[in-house]
Design a protein around this ligand. Structure first.
Ligand SMILES: [Fe+2]
Length: 219
């Protein structure tokens, strides 16, 4: 059974995740040790603030894969982005500035502001869907507006979004029960590592039942 991590910062030197190839290799070893077989590297993309170059993300993914192959580490790495919501995001995705998950053009990992919910979010989600994309809402347990009222998430899920929680948030020693509550309500499609390093935000065990469908479409 293949386990796909759809949200991690394993690609070296592109954001606040892995700083170098050595760390990425160590993260890959940890990922394998917890049963992950594929990791989609999702460096942050934030308009005007932190715009990754899609060609560089693809190249870094290929470079890391080559290193893993050389080291005989059986982890597949694919490119992606964690895209911070902004009004022009659908256009930027259409232009090819932002990578979809596994570069497949079917799912977009979407990050929202942690505190206030901008009034354009519904419009952005709708326009992404009109472009044939399924928004995958990143670590929904972190957003204040979800924490105060889960119905906002319920509405997005009813309208075809997928929702992800971080595996660490289901850990009773780290999480506060909100992520588990969202899982119990049937709102969560998958967990992901959101791994940034090999220490505090390291790869850990996840579940993702639709991840293989995504990959099947890729290959
Ligand atoms: Fe992330």
């Amino acid at each position: 059974m293949s386990v796909v991590d759809i949200h991690c910062h394993i690609l070296p030197g592109l954001d606040d995740g892995s700083p170098d190839m050595t760390t990425s290799i160590a993260m890959a070893r940890l990922a394998i040790s917890v049963g992950i077989s594929t990791a989609i590297g999702t460096p942050h993309w934030i308009e005007d603030e932190h715009e990754t170059d899609p060609a560089q993300v693809r190249q870094m993914s290929a470079d890391l894969q080559a290193e893993l192959d050389r080291e005989d580490i059986p982890l597949s790495v694919l490119p992606g982005n964690e895209a911070f919501v902004c009004p022009s995001l659908p256009d930027r995705v259409k232009k090819g500035d932002v990578l979809t998950l596994a570069d497949k053009g079917t799912h977009l990992l979407l990050e929202l502001p942690y505190e206030d919910l901008p009034n354009y979010v519904d419009d952005v989600i709708f326009r992404l869907q009109l472009q044939g994309l399924i928004p995958v809402l990143a670590h929904v347990e972190r957003y204040a507006f979800v924490r105060s009222d889960w119905h906002v998430l319920d509405r997005w899920v009813q309208h075809g979004c997928l929702a992800q929680v971080n595996a660490s948030s289901l850990d009773r020693t780290m999480g506060d029960g909100l992520a588990q509550d969202l899982v119990d309500r049937g709102l969560i499609a998958c967990t992901a590592t959101d791994a940034h390093d090999t220490a505090h935000r390291a790869p850990r065990s996840i579940w993702n039942e639709w991840g293989m469908c995504l990959l099947r479409e890729v290959t």
